[in-house]
Design a protein around this ligand. Structure first.
Ligand SMILES: *[C@@H]1O[C@H](CO)[C@@H](O)[C@H](O)[C@H]1NC(C)=O
Ligand SMILES: *[C@@H]1O[C@H](CO)[C@@H](O)[C@H](O)[C@H]1NC(C)=O
Ligand SMILES: *[C@@H]1O[C@H](CO)[C@@H](O)[C@H](O)[C@H]1NC(C)=O
Length: 440
C-alpha cells in the first residue's frame, strides 16, 4: 500500500479564501431568470470533485493537493452523524479513510479497498459512486481510455472506458478487491466523467460522456469537427446483458450540416444519429446505427460542451426561497467544463436537463462572454446538492466554488476549515484523480 501522509497544515500555506456575499466572479456569469449565483470560495487550487458530508460541510478535491473541508457557520442548521467513510480514487486505487464530519478530520491509515485500476491513459479519471442495495454497500468506479481514440476499449477485458461495480467488504480487506474480477456494468463509454442513479428507477444509471477529438479522422474537415461529435448523456439499465455504447468505433452527430460542401455524406442524417469512425471495415455506419450493436445516447449535448458531472434534484421536505424550486423535482443538472478547441467557444456553465428527457436543456449559469473563454471563465466540474436544496459547483481553472439556487441566494457565511483536510505529500497526490473522485 502506498503510504499516505496525513498532516494538519497551518493556515499560512493555504490560499483558499471564503468570500463574503457580493464578491464578483473572476469573469462575469449570466444566470437564468429566477436563479442566483454567488462565489463562496475562491483561490482554491483547481477545485474538481465536490460533495457534502452528513453535517453539510462542503468537501472539495483540490487537484494535486488533497481534499479540503469547509464548514457552514453554526447558524446554518446542521445534523450530527459523526461517523463515516471518505472514498478517494488515485490513478490505480480506491482508498477509504475514516472520516469524522463533526471535527472534519480523517483518522488512521488509508485502507486500499480496490487496486489494479488501469492507472495510465489519456484521461486517468475514476469517478466513484456508492450504491446501497439491501444491506450491501457497493461502489461503482469508472475508467477512461488509454488514448483519445482507443481501439483496446472495444474489448471489455481492457478495463478501459467502462464502469465496474464492487461489493464493499465490512472492514478493510486484507487484500484489496481486484479491478480485474469486478462486475462490468457497461463499456464503450469513452470517458464516464460523471454518473448518477435516477431518483426513482434505482436500476437506471445516467452517464455523461465526452466525445473523442476527431480532428484526424480521414475525410472529416475542420468545419465538420468544429461542431461534431456530440457529447452525450447515456442511459444504462443495470442487470440486463452487458451493452456496448460505441467507443471507439461509433460516435454521435451533433450538426450533420456543419460542412455541407466538405462533408456532404452526413447532410441527410439527423442530430443524434450514430456514425462510424471507420476503424474496422465491418463496423461501418450501418453497424453503428443498429442499436443491437451500439446503444445510442439518451440525450445528445452540443459538441465540445465537455460534460463532467450529473446530479438529480431531490427537493428537501420543505423548500425555502433558497432552494431550487420543487418543480424541478427529478430533473438533472450537468456541468459543462467548456470547449478547448471550438470557435467560438461553447459550454462553460451548468445546465438544467428536464426529465423525462426531451431533446432540450437550458443553462442555469454560463460565462457571459464566451469569446473570452477559457481566460478567467467559470469552468464547472463537480456538482453537489445540499440537504436544503442548493447547488454547489466547483470551477477548476478559476479556482472558485459557487452556489446556485433560487430565487434568493443564501447569505449564510462559511468558515474555512483549515483544521483539516486530507492532504498528502505532493508526490503521492500528483496522480490523484482529477474528476469528481470523491464520494461520501
Ligand atoms: C488570493 O490569494 C492571494 C494571495 O495568495 C491574495 O493576494 C488575494 O487577495 C486572494 N484573492 C481573493 C479573491 O481572495
Ligand atoms: C492530429 O494530428 C496532429 C499531427 O500529427 C497532432 O499534432 C494532433 O495532436 C492530432 N490530434 C488529435 C486530436 O489526435
Ligand atoms: C469578450 O471577450 C473578447 C475577447 O477577450 C473581447 O474582445 C470582447 O471585447 C469581449 N466582449 C465584451 C462585450 O466584453
Amino acid at each position: 500500500m502506498r503510504a499516505a501522509l496525513l498532516a494538519l497544515l497551518p493556515l499560512s500555506v493555504y490560499a483558499g479564501t471564503v468570500q463574503p456575499p457580493g464578491i464578483p466572479f473572476k469573469a462575469p456569469v449570466t444566470v437564468a431568470t429566477g436563479f442566483t449565483a454567488r462565489v463562496l470560495f475562491s483561490n482554491l487550487t483547481t477545485p474538481r470533485g465536490i460533495t457534502l458530508d452528513a453535517n453539510q460541510n462542503v468537501l472539495v478535491v483540490e487537484r494535486g493537493l488533497g481534499v479540503t473541508a469547509f464548514s457552514p457557520a453554526p447558524r446554518w442548521g446542521i445534523q450530527v452523524d459523526d461517523e463515516g467513510h471518505l472514498y478517494v480514487s488515485t490513478a490505480g486505487q480506491v482508498l477509504v479513510y475514516s472520516y469524522d464530519a463533526g471535527s472534519k478530520t480523517v483518522s488512521g491509515e488509508a485502507c486500499v479497498v480496490i487496486s489494479g485500476i488501469p492507472p495510465d491513459g489519456d484521461l486517468t479519471t475514476h469517478t466513484l459512486q456508492l450504491q446501497k442495495e439491501g444491506n450491501a454497500l457497493k461502489l461503482l468506479v469508472a475508467t477512461g481510455p488509454q488514448t483519445n481514440i482507443d481501439p483496446t476499449a472495444r474489448n471489455p477485458s481492457s478495463g478501459r472506458s467502462q464502469i465496474r461495480r464492487f461489493v464493499l467488504p465490512a472492514g478493510c480487506p486484507a487484500t484489496p478487491l481486484d479491478w480485474a474480477t469486478a462486475e462490468i456494468l457497461v463499456y464503450g463509454i469513452r470517458n464516464p466523467g460523471g454518473f448518477a442513479f435516477h431518483p426513482t428507477l434505482s436500476n437506471t444509471l445516467y452517464v455523461v460522456e465526452n466525445g473523442a477529438s476527431i480532428d484526424n479522422v480521414t475525410d472529416l474537415t475542420a468545419a465538420f469537427v468544429n461542431d461534431n461529435p456530440a457529447d452525450e448523456i447515456n442511459r444504462v439499465h443495470l442487470g440486463g446483458h452487458l451493452k456496448f455504447f460505441g467507443f471507439p468505433d461509433c460516435t454521435t452527430l451533433w450538426n450533420p450540416t456543419a460542412d455541407p460542401t466538405g462533408d456532404p455524406q452526413y447532410t441527410t442524417l439527423q442530430r443524434g444519429d450514430q456514425i462510424s469512425l471507420k476503424l474496422l471495415p465491418e463496423r461501418d455506419d450501418a453497424w453503428c446505427s443498429d442499436p443491437k450493436n451500439n446503444v445510442p445516447p439518451a440525450l445528445t449535448l452540443q459538441a465540445h460542451s465537455v460534460p463532467l458531472d450529473i446530479k438529480f434534484y431531490h427537493p428537501p421536505k420543505k423548500t425555502t426561497d433558497k432552494s431550487f424550486p420543487r418543480s424541478l423535482h427529478g430533473d438533472a443538472v450537468v456541468s459543462f467544463h467548456g470547449s478547448f478547441n471550438r470557435s467560438p467557444p461553447t459550454g462553460y456553465g451548468v445546465v438544467h436537463v428536464p426529465f423525462p428527457l426531451s431533446d432540450t436543456y437550458d443553462f442555469l449559469i454560463q460565462a457571459t462572454n464566451l469569446t473570452s473563454c477559457p481566460g478567467k471563465c467559470i469552468r464547472p466540474v463537480g456538482l453537489a446538492f445540499s440537504n436544503d436544496g442548493r447547488l454547489f459547483v466547483s470551477s477548476d481553472s478559476s479556482g472558485e466554488v459557487c452556489l446556485n439556487c433560487c430565487p434568493k441566494f443564501a447569505t449564510d457565511t462559511f468558515v474555512n476549515s483549515y483544521q483539516l483536510s486530507l492532504r498528502r505529500n505532493r508526490r503521492d497526490i500528483e496522480r490523484i484523480d482529477n474528476r469528481v473522485p470523491v464520494s461520501l
